[in-house]
Design a protein. Sequence first.
Length: 175
Amino acid sequence: MRDHARDGIASRARTKKKSDLHVIGLISDTHGLIRPQALEALQGVELIIHAGDIGKPEVIAALQDIAQVVAIKGNIDSGVWAQRFPETKLVKSGNTRLFVVHNVKELDCDPVARGYQVVVSGHSHKPSVSTRDGVLFVNPGSAGPRRFKLPIAVGKLFIEDNRVNAAIIELPVLR
């Protein structure tokens, strides 16, 4: 894996091909909270993308027990521990290009022109899946402390033969 974050370029990570179907776990806005329900929902994925607002390094360590983790920092991630995380990241799975940014409103490029098939974000705590100009935009929501009456959720990407689908998984939690 080559990291270009220090050069201001989105760094890249590649998933390992296990079959024609790639399943990538998506999580965001944990704010330092590791929910067992989130860990359970992400079991079996080959890669986990954390879209920022990690909260503390133990979150990444817990996710690494499941699969390789690609993470970016969000607006609450500060301190020495967070310096290793870039603000954006380019991830490739086969021929599929995913761009990860914490706040989609801060996306400063045209994803179509850059050849991205997927944009993964967080920040709003509101899970969503939409398609704009042929690009899939996925926000897995927040797996951390509940905000307002929004659900607690994670997501999954399913990539097969250059087709990408996403699912939001609401977690059964009381608070």
